[in-house]
Structures are given as structure tokens and as C-alpha cells.
Ligand binder design. Structure first.
Ligand SMILES: *Cc1c(COP(=O)(O)O)cnc(C)c1O
Length: 469
């Protein structure tokens, strides 16, 4: 059986770039294979869409691009050029943000920080998004009296949300407020922050409600917070055909049960648990099923009625209370703004009869940590479609686990050596999160692709400057 296709959603600009097969081969010749391609103009489109949602609701806001989603200098400079802020989570990211031109007022440091990182952040004069009580107490100790360092308190432990290893538990908020009152000449409370790794709007509404209560409590302590930071977590849309996703998922489960051809390699179950003739649980690739865009999710949140506020929407309550909404979008800003292109080395048959298409990259270069990517790589063959087949894409490391797809993928004809293979939508976490340089393979080049005056222009990522002609 040939597996169902799960076509990737591709931005029109990226599709136009890929339509020129010779152009793609030329890029591989110039920059080597594999190569990461980033599209700053798609980033700009994504930013405009989020701004559109916020501008339409008269709420004051600040967008902080979450740097950790991708190392790209082109994305970072595009963000700086657009006048938004940035969220950094390491000393290296902080240096990179300063280098890209962000003023300290527009830099926020998030995540847990050791003493060295706290000192680095203080020296840079940036806003500190405090992760825990130790951090808050340590900051109070090391800053000079009168310095009024701007801080946000990240809180967690909202009823109904999964436990988080980050943030100050709601029950410890009182202790945090006491510290802030005691050291009010040293630390200036800007407001409260959270970051939930979920698409569920109801959970975010609960968190917003709890943060508003904390703002009230802070006022009662004589503090004057003005910011509510809702973090990131807005979803991406990966597939162009949600039905294809569901058909594939179904075929995979039938295969896992042994009631149909196996779509999985070896003992992989992708997070499913197979027992009693049933497939239980949820798969690691569930995020690839999402069809709700980030702007739609943001609009849904802002328009949701806030319990305890007379049914008024989140956006109106924030506006009426003159609060500033901060967002820390990562993946939603780079959605569709990056692809990774590799090449077929050869095709072989494995002992179990499976067809392995060997590529010149490894799984960790295009896969987010423990995930299986449930959108199909795009093979740019010289010839048209012929005989469709089911294949596994294999990586270039001498490790059994270096199968780029641990599932069979439908291809519309058998790939040939030299064919470019495109991994769509890799900019968010897929390119960088787990990439290792095992077996001394060098890191792929990262190249910015610009559409100018009707043609595509390429520029090494590190050299890209927005506004240059
Ligand atoms: C990772 C992270 C983000 C970005 O999250 P996305 O889901 O990519 O939007 C924002 N804020 C914090 C604190 C993070 O750790």
C-alpha cells in the first residue's frame, strides 16, 4: 500500500522560489547541500498579521520576538528593523540582540538565569523576566540601591494547566510581592508574565484572569504594575490538507495494530501506546494537525469573555485598565519563513523490503527534538510524476536511529541521486533545536532569500541587512 500524502502548507513566496528547479539546484551548488533557507519577507508578513489583530482592538501592546526559535541573524535584524522588541534566553542571544541593534529598553531576558546571567543582564540594562524566588532575591541583593531595575514576574501553576518547571507558583506570589515592596528602590515591578505551551485559549484566559488579580494585589501593596505578558505559544499551520493528516494518522494506527501494512519503521509507535488490540494515547506529531492560524488564535484570546469582568472581552479589560499587553511569539513569527533543502545520495532496499532514500543530512537537522514531522518532504525531481511509492528517508549518520522519517512517506515517483528534497517550514525549532555536528559533518549554511524586483536574491544569513538594496 502507498501511504496517504500529507502535503506541506507552503507560503506563496516560498512556492514561487521552489518553482524554479534550476534556481534551487544553483543554490545547492553555491552554498552546499544541505542548506537552511530563511525568508525575512515571510517573517514580516507574519508580524503584520499579528499587528493587524492587535491594532484592531485598541489595546496597547509590545511584541517581543522569541530569539530561541531560530539562530538566524536575518530574522533578528528584520525584527529590530520593524521596531519590535526581543526576548532572549542566554548571554549569547543577548549579545546577538544587542548586535542586531535592539536598544536595552526593547530587550527582555526570560528563562531561568544563574548568577552570571543575572549580572550580564544587569550590565546590559535590559528588562528581567524573573523565573523564580531565588532569582528575585539574588537580584535584590546584587543591584545597587536606587537602580530601579525593570522586572516582570513570571508566574505559573494556573488551575487546569499542566505543571510547569518555570515561573513562580501562584501560591508564592505573596512572598514575591513582599520582596518587591522591601526592595522597591532597587527593583521596579513592570508586571506579570506567563508562557503556556498550549493552543488552548481557555487556559490562557484563566492565566490572564489570575494575572489581573495579581496586578490588583500588587496595587494593594503600593506597587504600580502596567504590563501583562502572555508569552508565546501561538500555533503554526503545517499541513495544506488536514484530511491528509488524519488519513495518514489512521493508516499508521491500523499498521501499528497489524491490521494493515506497517507505515512505521521498527518498533516506533510515535508516542502511541498499543495494547489490548487498541491504539491508546496521543501521538508526538499532534501539532502538525493544527489548522488554526496564530492571528486567529490571538483574536480568539483577545475576544474571549473574561470571567468575573461582566462578560467583557480580554482585550477590552486590558484597554480599560490601561494595561500594556506583551507577547513573546517565536514559532508564529517564523511560520513558513524557513525551509531546509538536502539532496538524494542514493536509493536502496533494506532487508525488510523497505525502500530507503538516503539524503546528505541527519534527522536532527530538520526535526524538533523528540518529534516526528508529519508533513511530507517535497522531492524536486527532474521528471514528472510516474509511479507513486512509499519510502523512508534515511540520514547520513551511521546510527540506526538516523532515519529522517521513521514513517513511510508517499512520493509521486522514485527519487534519483541528486534530486533536491525540501523540508518545509523548518524555521521554528526544527533547524536548530537539536542539531548536532555528529560524525564531523559541518553545520549547513544558512542563507536569506529575498524577492526583489521580480526575482530572488540570495545572501548569507549573517550578512543580511534589512533595508539594503
Ligand atoms: C520559547 C518561549 C517563547 C516562544 O514560544 P513560541 O511557542 O515559539 O511562540 C516565548 N516565551 C518564553 C518564555 C519562551 O520560553
Amino acid at each position: 500500500m502507498i501511504p496517504p500524502a500529507v502535503p506541506a502548507a507552503v507560503h506563496p513566496l516560498v512556492a514561487a522560489f521552489l518553482a524554479d528547479r534550476d534556481g534551487v539546484r544553483e543554490v545547492l551548488r553555491c552554498f552546499g547541500s544541505p542548506v537552511h533557507l530563511v525568508f525575512p519577507q515571510v517573517f514580516t508578513d507574519n508580524l503584520a498579521a499579528l499587528r493587524g489583530v492587535l491594532d484592531g482592538r485598541s489595546v496597547r501592546y509590545r511584541i517581543c520576538y522569541a530569539h530561541k526559535v531560530n539562530r538566524s541573524a536575518a530574522f533578528l535584524r528584520t525584527a529590530a528593523h520593524a521596531g519590535i522588541a526581543v526576548d532572549v534566553a542566554s548571554a549569547q542571544e543577548l549579545r546577538s540582540a544587542v548586535g542586531a541593534g535592539f536598544a536595552p529598553e526593547l530587550i527582555e531576558v526570560t528563562g531561568p538565569k544563574g548568577a552570571a546571567m543575572l549580572r550580564t543582564a544587569l550590565a546590559a540594562g535590559v528588562t528581567i523576566n524573573v523565573d523564580n524566588l531565588w532569582e528575585l532575591a539574588t537580584l535584590a541583593e546584587i543591584v545597587a540601591p536606587g537602580s530601579a531595575v525593570p522586572v516582570l514576574l513570571r508566574v505559573s501553576g494556573f488551575p487546569g494547566s499542566s505543571p510547569s518547571r518555570f515561573g513562580i507558583d501562584l501560591r508564592d506570589a505573596g512572598a514575591a510581592l513582599d520582596l518587591l515592596v522591601r526592595f522597591r528602590d532597587r527593583l521596579r515591578l513592570l508586571g506579570f508574565a506567563f508562557h503556556l505551551d498550549t493552543a488552548a485559549t481557555t487556559e490562557r484566559v484563566t492565566a490572564v484572569g489570575d494575572c489581573l488579580e495579581l496586578i490588583e494585589r500588587a496595587y494593594a501593596h503600593g506597587l504600580a504594575p502596567t504590563v501583562l505578558d502572555i508569552g508565546g505559544g501561538l500555533r503554526q499551520v503545517f499541513t495544506a490538507d488536514a484530511q491528509g493528516y488524519h488519513a495518514y494518522d489512521h493508516a499508521l494506527r491500523v499498521g501499528l495494530l497489524g491490521r494493515g501494512p506497517a507505515m512505521h519503521w521498527g518498533n516506533n509507535t510515535f508516542g502511541y501506546h498499543v495494547a489490548d488490540g487498541m491504539v491508546h494515547g496521543g501521538p508526538v506529531f499532534h501539532k502538525y494537525a493544527n489548522t488554526e492560524t496564530a492571528p486567529a488564535l490571538l483574536a480568539e484570546l483577545l475576544d474571549s469573555p473574561l470571567p468575573g469582568h461582566g462578560g467583557r472581552a480580554v482585550g477590552s479589560v486590558l484597554a480599560d485598565n490601561l494595561l500594556e499587553l506583551w507577547l513573546e511569539p517565536g514559532k508564529s513569527l517564523v511560520d513558513h519563513a524557513g525551509i531546509t533543502v538536502a539532496q538524494v545520495e542514493f536509493v536502496k532496499r533494506a532487508g525488510n523490503g523497505a525502500t530507503l532514500v538516503h539524503l546528505d543530512l541527519s534527522r536532527d537537522t530538520v526535526t524538533a527534538a523528540d518529534q516526528e514531522v508529519l508533513i511530507d518532504p517535497i522531492v524536486l525531481s527532474e521528471e514528472g510524476e510516474s509511479e507513486p511509492a512509499g519510502v523512508y528517508f534515511a540520514g547520513h549518520l551511521c546510527l540506526e536511529r538516523d532515519l529522517i522519517t521513521q514513517r513511510q512517506v508517499r512520493v509521486s515517483r522514485m527519487p534519483e541521486p541528486g534530486d533536491p528534497v525540501v523540508f518545509a517550514n523548518t524555521a521554528a525549532y526544527h533547524m536548530d533545536l537539536s542539531a548536532a555536528q555528529a560524525s564531523m559533518h559541518p553545520a549547513p549554511a544558512r542563507v536569506a532569500v529575498l524577492h526583489r524586483d521580480g526575482r530572488f536574491v540570495l545572501c548569507p544569513d549573517a550578512d543580511y541587512r534589512p533595508g539594503d538594496r
